[in-house]
Design a binder for this molecule. Structure first.
Ligand SMILES: Cc1cc2nc3c(=O)[nH]c(=O)nc-3n(C[C@H](O)[C@H](O)[C@H](O)COP(=O)(O)O)c2cc1C
Length: 241
């Protein structure tokens, strides 16, 4: 394993940070590394909003369902898909296509992941916070996001004050298909993974909330998923044509 792969495979989300600040040089390197990521058609559809105002941080804690690390992390960045810049440069731009929503989400996630890896390579840690999409309109108002800009997720960055164990991923054999989709889920392999996740939670949480991966995804997916999102996206000019 080379050092890059070792770094990638040691990723775990960090939700507790020391008070040590992230230096402006570190932050710049993190963001430049993010910008080096591939970008669909060279469109560069991402804007990042660095939140330094304490009051805004506290409001973002509320918007994300009380996630206190949003206020506690030395740095908190809000990652946005942004076609406003393009509309300003090219007023004739035809916007609002579903494809552009995909481009915005895919490219911003790629850039953000590059940035998180860069942070991790410096001994920092971090966390994606999709929870800010619980209240997309409140976040939009708070950050003065214009039409054609949507907040996709936040990101905490700082020096880790915890050392969580790695969260086991699905066996590769369940993820990798060859030439065509294999719809025959290997139940034995899945049962082994469910046990692994169960053991992981048991070790991490003790007797509380221990569940298998199958139980977890079933609990998540048997609820509505932010059903207000379509109307919000349309209001922001992502009309989903
Ligand atoms: C787009 C995205 C949004 C996420 N949002 C949250 C969040 O709001 N709160 C949280 O605690 N973790 C959040 N996470 C972190 C995931 O829960 C975490 O990555 C996953 O459980 C795997 O754990 P690991 O990153 O420690 O390996 C998010 C991850 C991604 C990729």
């Amino acid at each position: 394993m080379n050092q890059v792969i070792e770094l990638l495979r040691s990723h775990r989300s960090i939700r507790k940070f020391t008070d040590e600040p992230v230096s402006s040089e570190q932050l710049e390197q993190i963001l430049l590394a993010g910008q080096a990521a591939s970008t669909s058609s060279f469109l560069q559809v991402t804007s990042v909003i660095r939140i330094t105002d304490r009051a805004i941080r506290e409001k973002l804690v509320e918007c994300s369902g009380g996630q206190k690390w949003v206020a506690q992390a030395p740095e908190f960045l809000v990652w946005c898909a942004d076609f406003k810049r393009h509309k300003t440069i090219a007023p004739e731009a035809m916007l609002g296509f579903s494809e552009q929503l995909l481009i915005g989400a895919v490219d911003t996630a790629i850039m953000a992941e590059n940035a998180l890896i860069a942070a991790e390579s410096m001994g920092l840690g971090g966390l994606f916070v999709g929870g800010i999409r619980n209240q997309p309109q409140a976040v939009t108002d708070l950050l003065a996001l214009p039409e054609h800009v949507i907040p996709l997720f936040g990101m905490c960055i700082g020096v880790p004050a915890q050392d969580p164990t790695l969260r086991p991923r699905l066996p590769l054999s369940l993820v990798l298909h060859e030439n065509r989709y294999n719809a025959d889920l290997d139940k034995e392999t899945l049962a082994g993974y469910d046990q692994q996740v169960h053991d992981y939670y048991e070790q991490r949480l003790g007797a509380n909330k221990v569940m298998t991966w199958s139980e977890q995804i079933s609990a998540i997916l048997s609820k509505e998923a932010r059903p207000f999102m379509k109307a919000y996206l349309q209001k922001q000019g992502f009309d989903l044509k």
